[in-house]
Design a protein around this ligand. Sequence first.
Ligand code: ATP
Ligand code: MG
Length: 434
Amino acid sequence: MTAPGFDPVERVFAADAVGRPVRLRGWVLRSRSSGGILFLVLRDRTGTVQVTGKKDVLGSAAFDAVEHVQVEGAVAVEGTVAVDPRAPGGREVRAAAFSVIDAGLPFPIFADQTEEFRLDKRHLAIRSQEHVATFRVKAELLRAFREFLDSESVLEMTPPILSGNAAEGGAEAFRFDYFGRPAYLSQTAQLYLEALLFPNERVYALTPSFRAEKSRTPRHLTEYLHLEAELAWCDLEGLLDFIERMVVHVAHALAARRAPELTALGRPPAELAALTSPFPRISYADALDRLAGQGFPVRWGSDLGTAEERALTLEERSPIFVTRFPREVKAFYMLPTAGDPRTVEAADLLAPEGYGEIVGASCRDTDAERLSRRLTEAGADPREYDWYLDLRRHGSVPHAGFGLGVERVLRWMLRREHIRETTPFPRTPSRHTP
Ligand code: ATP
Ligand code: MG
């Protein structure tokens, strides 16, 4: 079976396929044999199909060889498509010839193993139907984000990942030796995107960010995919409007293009298709009132934690924006609110159903002196940010931007318990292998 011309598994289910010959190749999902008949489920990138083979057709040597193929072994088969109401999808392939590409060793993953064991074997565990569905949705999500940003004339940029600056003070930055000097893995591309905004006005980057935070929560990874954008001539209203249209676009795109995977993973596509903008907006001050009424007292000036975000969104069906945070809980570059110096022009977007923060957004301060002062207050050395402050000295204009955690969005949209299920090789404080 070395000749070209293999069919994808989905071909078996085409309208005109019954009675036709097919040639398939792929991996064995499961198999069993009884009474000289072999039942095998074959998987390729387009789907799964039942294949049956009879000893008297295949010959006993070939039959025995296929019978010994393990789960996840690789085979090729030639046969005819037949109707069989007992087979998944109502069709099967009746094999005329098999060839074993790699019989494989016994597959180490099966039901009822611990989560730790599965994480140790992640390189094999990612073959499960659940993971396959998850990463197909993820690929579609990335495509949909890019599609939206492209349609809004936002240009994709490629900021560096290695840097001599720790963008937000450095407490959560991974530090390493760079030829004898300290360097950091990027926590955010924002400062570089702000530099790139001046020649391009509307820019974004989809790059990994790294956070050395020991928080073992179901929503923190130490490496995650960060979608960040900076928009010139944009205020907070304009920014929130942009973000909600983007979230609605990607939700609708997934519902339309990945309905079977969403359904299989427990998220009815209709729920994503039903999302509409605008999203509800409440100020931080109103959020504190609401939380106090729910039995979660928060002191003005404290950040909202996981429990508070959960309480605010548990009963919601739409994401909600919390706006105008106290400046002390937010980063140095956020613009103070005109007429209320206690707050900044910032908003977090919280996913519904208790999932919590998925986007952090703000207008960026354009005042070099105030930025320098706030860097000092935050314990950083303004001289290290001189290149950033330069941006405020040469044609500085109002602008705003956001950072969105791709895996956070996926965790919400796919109703995953833990964020690690949304990335193939999760990095957490206790694990960076395989
Ligand atoms: P949190 O308070 O949840 O730790 P943050 O305020 O530190 O979030 P930002 O620095 O504003 O987050 O980062 C922008 C976005 O990146 C967040 O809204 C979130 O979606 C995502 N994000 C931040 N930290 C992580 C992480 N450790 N793992 C996955 N996604 C993250
Ligand atoms: Mg954080």
